[in-house]
Design a protein around this ligand. Structure first.
Ligand code: UT7
Length: 318
């Protein structure tokens, strides 16, 4: 017996993004908590972030980003047969976000599930999408990273409220003869699960910032390199490097240690803050829209965060 499979490869057709309208500057935060613009810019690299009001939830942000990606892809809602939402900040445990968003986008009866790998979630979900297409389980997949982190962060906790923000990014993935989404290199360190935590539904996010910083700047560049090796791309051949936007110092540390010498380095954190699972597709969507990265060239993405979890893969820029 020989069963049928799907496409030889998968590729991203288009990205989409959405951010709430409200911009919160460092100076605005400094009016209510003991912080200042200079500290935030030099330690984290953030100048401003977007924060959603009570009228917008994780599904709303996802709906807008997903709709934009779908419009840019040239496909219609009827073409999508799987929707995956990466999120760790949803208001509800059930129902999931993906089925609701699919319904609002007019996508009829797709497979629909959420992925929680925190800030690594988009890279995990993208890998799931690629594998589903190659196995024949799906033809076209809408992958969304969406977060309303502000509702899980104590807005008087200066260690965290200056960092985390709200937003969504999305990608439409389809089949291709030539693979354009490389093998994922993923993993986790559950022994460090207490380093970033929302302990229960009544608690706010807590993190061991220094501990996570040390881990991110020492353990992740070999993962990034391994993703390049498995894709058959040298770091110096990367046209773009788009790590999770956790801290600008982490972004440049990984880029330097990896040797991504010719890549455009994502600095979306400056104006978007840390949007967890949304940060990678949000950054890529912005970079493509601004014409900063060349279509058809390789980009490396790497997500990392609570769990601790991480995932990296090379993709072809649509
Ligand atoms: O997205 C999930 C993955 N998360 C990460 O990758 C986060 C990794 N960690 C980081 O990015 C950094 O550790 C932080 C941005 C969270 C913190 O930066 P830091 O350079 O590690 O600062 P720190 O926690 O060591 O604090 C240094 C000082 C402390 O004061 P003392 O004890 O030296 O007097 C803090 O109390 O800065 C103080 N501080 C602040 N000062 C002004 C902490 N937060 C603030 C603030 N404004 N907002």
């Amino acid at each position: 017996m020989r069963l049928a499979t799907g496409s030889a490869g998968a590729r991203i057709l288009a990205f989409g993004d959405y951010q709430p309208a409200r911009i919160v500057t460092n100076d605005e935060l400094a009016r209510t908590i003991d912080t200042n613009d200079e500290w935030i810019r030099s330690r984290v690299g953030i100048a401003e972030r977007r924060i959603a009001g009570p009228e917008e939830g994780v599904a709303d942000l996802a709906f807008h980003a997903g709709g934009k990606a779908l419009a840019g892809s040239g496909l219609s809602a009827a073409d999508i047969d799987l929707v995956i939402v990466a999120t760790c900040s949803a208001e509800t445990l059930v129902p999931n976000v993906s089925a609701t968003v699919a319904h609002r986008l007019g996508i009829i009866a797709p497979g629909a599930y959420d992925v929680n790998a925190a800030c690594a979630g988009f890279a995990y979900a993208l890998s799931n999408a690629s594998d589903a297409i190659r196995s024949g389980s799906a033809r076209n997949v809408l992958v969304i990273g969406s977060e309303k982190m502000s509702q899980w962060v104590d807005q008087t906790d200066r260690a965290n409220c200056i960092i985390f923000a709200d937003g969504a990014g999305a990608a439409v993935v389809t089949g291709s003869d030539v693979p354009a989404i490389g093998p994922v290199v993923w993993g986790s360190s559950g022994a460090d699960a207490d380093k970033i935590m929302i302990a229960d539904r009544k608690s706010f996010l807590k993190q061991d910032g220094q501990g996570v910083f040390r881990w991110a700047t020492t353990a992740l560049h070999p993962i990034a390199l391994e993703a390049c090796v498995r894709a058959g791309v040298k770091p110096e051949e990367l046209a773009a490097f788009v790590p999770h936007q956790a801290n600008l110092r982490i972004v440049h540390s990984i880029a330097r240690k990896l040797g991504a010498t010719n890549a455009v380095i994502a600095e979306d954190i400056v104006n978007s803050g840390n949007t967890s699972a949304a940060s990678i597709p949000l950054a890529l969507s912005h970079m493509i829209e601004r014409g900063e990265v060349p279509s058809g060239e390789p980009a490396l993405i790497i997500g990392f965060g609570a769990g601790l979890t991480y995932a990296a893969q090379v993709i072809q820029i649509p």
